[in-house]
Design a protein around this ligand. Structure first.
Ligand SMILES: [Zn+2]
Length: 356
């Protein structure tokens, strides 16, 4: 194994200057898969020919599984230390079957080892986040974690650069997706924290979704919208109900992202290594530094998160058939009132106790 590592390092060094002879290099960059592949390749006829055929096959299956786990662990270690060659998962896994087989094992290893790193770190907010994730999982909440070489059509990305989606959380499927080939190792753990924050925020999202999708409520306010254009002219019971409804709409969108980013930036700030004496989790990351460069004097991290995210969440398009109620003045005005309220009176939303 040590020999393979050495080769890997040498090849990585070489590849910075030499772009030719890719195929020979590629063979070595995939060395972490070799043991598993060799074991998989043993023909069944060879095993079947052995005296105790059933035992031989069972043993072989166990060995293949153990080798796959070792390969997955090795890929995690190589990746985290910056030695897994770029796009190794894309380039090394040969077909869809091998890809899904290995990625499933790797996802398990990446999830658990990443959580362990957070738990055993010196970064208090990361430790608490990881503990809350463990608590939620042990109380029966499911999270599936998938790593892939690209994210495909996951929908809108919550990453700082939506043009390159690197990770995501699918709220209905309770799945975290991460695209290893696209996330630089130094950014892995903070991406991971961000998606874990979405996972922890799941109940609030489900609650908001239930209120927002209640058909009775939609019909009720659509009827009112035919008679009223100003939410302040509604009865106080209707006003409260309308506020709840619109707040749920925001909770599913801008506020869900706001909470996840407030958590991410709080953890980032505590975990960033700026000096050799810092015992953090990552070195400065340009996109995170960009957020902080815009922080105003006296502005808190949650306030910064909201101000930064707010413009990227545009109001529903009234021409969208799924948002036809926003063609009415009543809905439009209520939306503006509530958006203004969350911009200026964030205080109740500062409650980040489910995360830390
Ligand atoms: Zn997000």
């Amino acid at each position: 194994m040590r020999y393979e590592f050495l080769l890997l390092i040498l090849l990585t060094l070489f590849s910075q200057g030499i772009h030719a002879q890719i195929s020979a290099e590629q063979a070595h960059t995939c060395a972490f898969l070799e043991e598993w592949r060799n074991l998989k390749a043993i023909p069944l006829s060879e095993l079947a020919a052995q005296e105790n055929r059933t035992e031989a096959i069972a043993n072989w299956q166990q060995q293949v599984f153990a080798a796959k786990t070792r390969a997955a662990n090795q890929s995690f270690e190589l990746y985290m230390s910056g030695r897994l060659p770029t796009k190794a998962f894309t380039n090394c896994l040969s077909d869809e079957k091998e890809k899904s087989d290995f990625m499933e094992a790797a996802a398990d290893i990446f999830f658990n080892r990443s959580l362990k790193i957070l738990e055993t770190s010196n970064v208090k907010s990361a430790i608490l986040l990881a503990k809350n994730v463990r608590k939620k999982i042990s109380s029966g909440s499911l999270v599936t974690f998938k790593i892939s070489s690209h994210l495909g059509s996951l929908g809108p990305s919550s990453t700082p650069n939506p043009a390159v989606p690197t990770a995501g959380y699918h709220r209905e499927r309770h799945s975290i997706y991460a695209s290893i080939d696209l996330i630089p190792p130094n950014e892995w753990l903070i991406n991971f924290c961000h998606e874990l924050a979405h996972f922890l925020d799941g109940e609030r999202f489900a609650y908001a979704n239930a209120i927002y999708n209640e058909e009775k409520t939609h019909h009720h306010f659509l009827r009112l919208a035919a008679q009223f254009s100003d939410p302040e002219t509604l009865t106080s019971a209707d006003q409260t109900r309308f506020d709840d409804f619109m707040m749920s709409a925001l909770d599913r969108g801008v506020l869900g992202e706001y909470r996840a980013w407030a958590v991410t930036l709080l953890i980032y700030k505590e975990g960033v290594i700026r000096n050799t004496s810092d015992r953090g989790l990552w070195h400065p990351i340009s996109w995170a530094e960009d957020w902080f460069a815009q922080q105003r004097p006296g502005e808190s991290i949650p306030q910064l998160s909201m101000r930064y995210l707010d413009p990227s969440f545009t109001d529903p398009d009234p021409n969208d058939p799924d948002a036809e109620e926003f063609q009415t003045e009543l809905f439009q005005r209520e939306l503006h009132i509530m958006r203004d309220r969350v911009r200026t009176q964030l205080a109740p939303l500062y409650d980040l106790s489910i995360f830390f």
